[in-house]
Design a protein around this ligand. Sequence first.
Ligand SMILES: C[S@@+](CC[C@H](N)C(=O)[O-])C[C@H]1O[C@@H](n2cnc3c(N)ncnc32)[C@H](O)[C@@H]1O
Length: 469
Amino acid sequence: MPYRLDIPGQVSEEQLLAIEAVAATVPRGGIVVEVGSLFGRSSWAWAKSVPKGAEVFCIDPWQDNPGVRTMEAEFGIVYGLEQFKAYTNDCPNIHAIQAYSPQGVLWERAIDVYYEDAVHINPILTENVNFWTKWLRADGIACGDDFRPRFPDVVRAARELAETTGGDLHVVDFFWCVIPASAKERPKFKKLAKTLKALADRFESLQVYGSAVSLVPLNEVPAEAEAGGSLCIDLRIVNDGQHPWIGPDEKLVVQGTLTDAEGVVALEHKVPVFEGHLKYDIPIDLQLRLDLNDIAPGLYHLGVTLEGLDAAIGKAFESSILINQVNGRAPSSRRYRFKAGDESCPTLSDGWSSPEGNYTWMVGGSSSVTLECPTSEQDEVWLGIRLHPFASAGTRRDLEIQVDGVRLASANLSLSGELKLKMPARKRTAIRIDLIHSNTSKPSNQTVGNQDHRDLSFAVEYVDIDFSE
Ligand SMILES: C[S@@+](CC[C@H](N)C(=O)[O-])C[C@H]1O[C@@H](n2cnc3c(N)ncnc32)[C@H](O)[C@@H]1O
C-alpha cells in the first residue's frame, strides 16, 4: 500500500486511500502541491502514489505549532523540517518548501493537484485557495482535508469550487475533492469518481455509531479534595466523527462515580446533556460537580463516563482522589442557576436570551442581573461566575464584569470555566452585576446550515455568592 500509518498525522486511512486514487490521475511529470504537511503522513502517500517522474511540493512552516505537542510526546519526536525529512527520506520526488503559504511562496508553474491541509479557517484558507487554484490546469484537481461541520470555511470553499468549475464534489471521511466539469467525462476521472464513491460507501458502512466520541477533562483533575466540600470537573465532550452521535429522542448523560478502596460506590452523580447541545462535531463543555457532604475521608477511584454509550467505543477517563478531613466552618453560599425551570434562576431581561436546559446565553453587547443577597458590613463576599464562551477553532471572547457600578475584572476566554472574584465588604441587600461582552458572533456564521442568528458571546451557567456569616 502506498501509505504509512506509522507516520504520525491527522489523516485517516480512508483519506490516504482517497489520496492514492487522486494521485493516480496525475500525468507523468505532473505536479502535486500539498499545503500543510506536518510530519509527512499525507506527503508520503502523494509521493508514492503519483506516477514516475511526477513531483510533490510540500509546503509547511515547520515551526510554531503548539497543537502538535501531544503528538510529539506520544511519538518521541520534534515537529520540524528535519523530522519531516526523516519520515520522507525514501521519497526523492518530494520537494519541501519551508514557508507560510501563500505569502511565503514564490510560484510560477502549472499544477495538476492542489491538496489543502494547512489552515482551515478564513482568511488564510481563502487566500490559499485563490492563490493555488490560479495555477491549476483546466483538468486539475483541488482537494483537501477537514470537510466537516467544525470547519464551515472548508465546507464553503469546497462547495464554491465545485460550483465555479461546474464540477463534482466528492467526500470520503473528511477528505474532499472537486473533479472539474472539463475533466469529469474523461475515462481516468470517471474511474476516479467511481473509486471515491466506493471509498465513501465503504467508509459509511464502517462507521460505528458514537465511535469517535471522547470525554476529556479541560483542566487537571484535582488529586485531593475536602470532605464536606465539592469537587468540580470541567469536561469537554467531542464527537470527532462526521455523523451525529445521539438520536433526537435520546439523552446523553455524563456520570461521575466515586468508588472506595473496597470497590463500594460511595457517590454517583449524573449530568444530563440537554438536547439543545447535541450538535455533532461541535464540542460540548460542561461541569460535573460532586458534592462531598457524606463522603468519609480516604482514597477513592473517580470514574467519569458517558452513560448509554458503549464503553468500548466512547472514551472516558478515570483518576484517583484523596478526600481529606477538614475542620472549621464553611462559608455560606448561594447558587443562582441560570437554567430553565430552576427555582434559583433570577429574572433576566435585557441582554439575555431565554434560559436553556443548562445555561443562558447573553445576547448583544451587555447584560445585567440583580441578585438578592443581604450581607453585613463585615462580610467578605466572593462572587463566582461559571461561563461558557461561544468559541470555536481557538476564538477568544472578551468580558468585563462590573459589580454595583464598579469595574471588578476583565477576562479573555476561549474555554469554559469559573471566575472567582472578591468584592469589598459592605452592607448590601442585593448585588447588581453588569457584564460587558461586545465581541460577539452568530452561530449561523459559524456552522453550515445553522439558523441561529443571535449575537452570542458567553453563556452563564451559574453565579455563586459566598460570604461569611
Ligand atoms: C493539519 S496539519 C497537516 C496534516 C498533514 N497533512 C498530515 O498528513 O498529517 C496542518 C499543517 O499546516 C501547517 N501550516 C499552518 N499554517 C500554514 C501555512 N500558512 N502554510 C502552510 N502550512 C501551514 C501547520 O504547521 C501543520 O503542520
